[in-house]
Ligand binder design. Structure first.
Ligand code: NAD
Ligand code: THR
Length: 369
């Protein structure tokens, strides 16, 4: 009986003047909530002059705190809420609003969005490539089921949604040097599969429901003030900790493994820029972004210029190496540069200087000279 009533409602369009049609997605076996079936709305619920009210999920990982800092500078401290399922360190807790949010709990997500009148959502929760292979069912839940919750809450509340994808969304059959935006994508990790799924679902929600979905495929991101979170590109973060602390580093990838990389400041700026780009400038909803590309031995050579006693050795991890060997070596981001003016600031020498500066190695540089 209830099913019949709901099917009748779905069949009635706005022309009858009765109600906005809704698609009861639980009858499609998707979830117990409703998303608009009317694909005609395309605008966010705030004007361009208003500051967005932002929620960041998975915000205590490698990238989230830096993003919150950047957005708070731009939009005000209280306009940006950082969330995660982990307990925040003191300095993060005291730097602006923080709340608990498990993306697998839809009601919790909806409550946060409604109570805080959220207009922009940056969805950072994920299990990365190497850790995902070690726990496939959790990666599937967080990266795929969690994403469904995010898409639904964003569509339901008319949010502008940013979801990062990755070089890991490509696989061994993709062109690797360079890898364009549109080409075959057959990744061989649960992480990559979940990110291709996110790209396609986000684009589908955009065309089907008018969701303002924006997505960048990040290269490996290198940041100084946070710990790497289980990725294949993490060697390029760890090397700086070890070079400055111990003067040596054991690398888990082969010396000649070339991967696209980016300094965190460029990554976060790209993220804000694509979110602020006028909708009409976006010819696509998922863009490659790139800055540089290097191998462990090239990175080590650059570190050596600053830390003369630095030594690198290799102890290859088979899982990570197989993943890296299936990923792009160079990323073609010409569409991002053309459509919304993407331009990176940091190449390898600037990246190494910034990272070593952060780790306080300039004293060692002075001593070495
Ligand atoms: N770091 C990179 O090099 C890189 C490159 C490409 C794409 N990305 C993407 O950027 C995003 C952020 O990356 P990161 O390096 O900060 O990742 P990270 O692994 O450091 O952090 C992910 C966060 O997600 C949280 N999380 C896990 N399960 C959750 C759940 N059920 N609910 C809410 N939060 C949960 C974790 O607690 C963690 O703090 C990810 O989506 C990642 O795929 C990162
Ligand atoms: C590249 C990326 O998505 C992540 N840093 C990983 O290695 O898994």
């Amino acid at each position: 009986m209830l099913l019949m009533r709901m099917l009748r409602r779905v069949g009635q369009g706005p022309a009858c003047g009765c109600w906005t049609p809704v698609l009861p997605v639980h009858f499609l076996g998707i979830s117990s909530r409703q998303i608009p079936a009317d694909a005609s709305f395309h605008s966010a619920s705030f004007s361009d002059t208003d500051h967005p009210r932002v929620l960041i999920t998975g915000g205590l990982g490698q990238l989230g705190v830096g993003l919150a800092n950047l957005l708070r500078k731009q939009f005000g401290k209280d306009s940006v809420i950082l969330s995660d399922i982990r307990k925040p360190p003191n300095h993060v807790f005291h730097s602006g609003p923080f709340i608990y949010s498990d993306i697998l709990d839809y009601k919790n997500l909806r409550e946060i969005v409604v109570n805080n009148r959220i207009t922009w959502l940056f969805h950072y929760s994920a299990l990365l490539s190497a850790i995902g292979e070690a726990n496939v069912s959790l990666a599937r839940a967080v990266n795929i089921t969690g994403l469904h919750n995010i898409l639904d809450v964003a569509a339901e509340h008319n949010l502008r949604l940013f979801v990062p994808s990755t070089i890991g969304a490509f696989g061994p059959t993709s062109p690797r040097n360079p890898t364009p935006d549109l080409c075959i994508q057959r990744p061989r990790t649960i992480y990559g599969v979940s990110k291709v799924h996110a790209e396609l679902m986000g684009e589908y929600y955009h065309y089907r429901y008018g969701l303002d979905f924006r997505c960048l495929r990040y290269p490996g991101i290198i940041s100084a003030d946070s710990q790497p979170g289980g990725g294949t590109t993490d060697y390029a973060v760890q090397i700086f900790h070890d070079a400055t602390k111990h003067g040596k580093f054991e690398c888990n990838l082969e010396a000649r493994t070339r991967l696209p990389m980016m300094y965190i400041d460029d990554c976060l700026r790209a993220t804000l820029e694509v979110m602020e780009a006028p909708a009409e400038s976006l010819s696509m909803r998922t863009y490659n972004v790139s800055a540089m590309s290097f191998t462990p031995e090239e990175l080590a050579q650059e570190v050596l210029k600053h830390v003369p006693e630095f030594q690198i050795t290799y102890n290859v991890d088979a899982v990570r190496q197989a993943i890296a060997d299936s990923w792009p070596m160079n990323f073609d981001d010409s569409n991002a540069r053309k459509d919304w003016g993407w331009k990176h600031d940091f190449d390898l020498p600037e990246l190494v200087t910034a990272m070593l500066n952060f780790h306080g190695s300039e004293t060692r540089v002075a001593q070495g000279n």
